[in-house]
Design a protein around this ligand. Structure first.
Ligand SMILES: C[S@@+](CC[C@H](N)C(=O)[O-])C[C@H]1O[C@@H](n2cnc3c(N)ncnc32)[C@H](O)[C@@H]1O
Length: 254
């Protein structure tokens, strides 16, 4: 890895690609040229990539407010309940996928002081903010990187736990996500997360329209469970709070 921190490069000894490093964050998404480079990103993804949005994301006017309105619970309760799905498990390597500003990654790092914690996101703005917040809490050991969840820079069966909260329903194609998550999870490893599901209320109409435009994928609980199962992600369990489903499943043993 060359030395200048703000504008350095590193050679990935697994894939042989040269990675750009900005603000100490290696860019695996640019190296593999994945969906991150597509011109027609969704409006929500466009927003996630702005600095202003990253700045307000964890404040009381955004993510905590949305979970309060949509699920009727606090942000802390959401995180605690999702993390509880992993309690008592052997975890050496974990990934917070679509980490945003890293609120889950920080909770995972505090819970697992000896594990390697990766945190991946497409948005440079979110990652920069996340890495500053982690530093402020002396959690510099969280390894933030820019990556696309459709092409993760992890070896097959190398992770014990993947958390993906608040992100999955924003993707146009969940099958592609399940394929990649299933590849990098070890047999017996778990996927946890929060996903916004299809509601029965007045928002249903807007959710359907977002599905049709491929700006999002809102499923009901059963369709979610079945789609995970089709990629070897079984033993599904979930708790519903309004439109938010907290869930866990497990990569089937070989
Ligand atoms: C609503 S935020 C969720 C952040 C955090 N996990 C939380 O629970 O607050 C969704 C995040 O997913 C990221 N994202 C969207 N598509 C992605 C992809 N294909 N690969 C990696 N990250 C992605 C966005 O950049 C954004 O930061």
């Amino acid at each position: 890895m060359s030395a200048r921190d703000s504008d350095a490069t590193a050679l990935c000894n697994a894939c042989g690609e040269t990675l750009a490093i900005r603000d100490g964050i290696p860019d695996f998404a640019a190296a593999v040229g994945t969906l991150s480079t597509r011109p027609n990103r969704s409006p929500s993804q466009w927003l996630m990539e702005t600095r202003g949005f990253a700045a307000i994301y964890e404040t009381p006017i955004w993510r905590p407010l949305l979970v309060r309105l949509g699920a009727g619970i606090t942000m802390q309760r959401e995180i605690d309940e999702v993390l509880a799905f992993a309690s008592g498990r052997r975890v050496e390597a974990a990934l917070d996928l679509g980490c945003g500003t890293g609120q889950y990654a920080r909770a995972m790092a505090s819970l697992l002081p000896d594990a390697t914690i990766w945190a991946a996101d497409l948005s440079r703005a979110m990652l920069r903010k996340g890495s500053r917040l982690a530093e402020a809490q002396r959690l510099e050991r969280i390894r933030f990187y820019r990556g696309d969840l459709h092409a993760l820079p992890h070896a097959d069966a190398s992770l014990d736990w993947i958390n993906c909260s608040g992100t999955l329903h924003l993707l146009p194609d969940l099958a592609a996500a399940w394929r990649e998550i299933s590849r990098v999870l070890r047999p017996g490893g778990i996927l946890t997360g929060m996903i916004v599901v299809m509601t029965t209320g007045p928002l249903r109409h807007l959710q359907r329209r977002a599905n049709q435009r491929r700006h999002a994928t809102f499923l009901d609980r059963e369709s979610l469970r079945d789609s995970l199962e089709a990629f070897g992600l079984s033993r599904f369990e979930s708790t519903a709070y309004g439109g938010a489903l907290l869930f866990r499943c497990e990569r089937a043993e070989a």
